[in-house]
Design a protein around this ligand. Structure first.
Ligand code: FES
Length: 145
């Protein structure tokens, strides 16, 4: 590729990225887009105190890992093979509950999470349910251990 071709290829990539972001903004809130593009607390935790894997009705799965300090969620991590909205839900939920006692974390509902994210399209509301259910299952794992 010569320099002129490189420039036009770079421009094409930039234009494509701009178009994708423009389309995302029509569907998702800025918060969802930011969380999906720069998720926090992603990964699997070695030697977690509690963990859960849960499959949503759409077939996507989510995993949560907890490190506890007495009743407090000291560290948390998640993984998912789901869509960008699911990544945003997992990321934001981990940030919401880190440092909270599990008794408060378990009270968070999918509606709470959706509100903090600035809303989700109806077809993605189940992504928040998947995140909340997986967290609750991980807390149940902690209670059972
Ligand atoms: Fe299935 Fe997001 S589309 S969890």
């Amino acid at each position: 590729m010569n320099k002129a071709e490189n420039l036009s290829f770079d421009q094409m990539v930039t234009d494509l990225q701009q178009e994708i972001i423009r389309q995302e903004r029509e569907i998702f809130s800025e918060t969802v887009i930011a969380e999906a593009h720069h998720p926090q607390n992603v990964g699997r935790m070695a030697q977690a105190d509690a963990q859960a894997i849960f499959q949503g009705w759409c077939g996507d799965t989510m995993e949560f890992y907890l490190r506890m300090n007495d009743d407090v969620i000291e560290e948390i991590a998640f993984m998912t093979d789901g869509c960008g909205a699911t990544v945003a839900c997992g990321s934001r939920l981990t940030q919401m509950v880190q440092g909270l006692p599990w008794q408060e974390a378990i009270e968070i509902t999918p509606e709470n999470l959706i509100a903090v994210l600035g809303g989700l399209p109806e077809e993605n509301e189940h992504c928040a349910t998947l995140a909340v259910k997986t967290l609750r299952q991980a807390i149940a794992d902690w209670q059972g251990s």
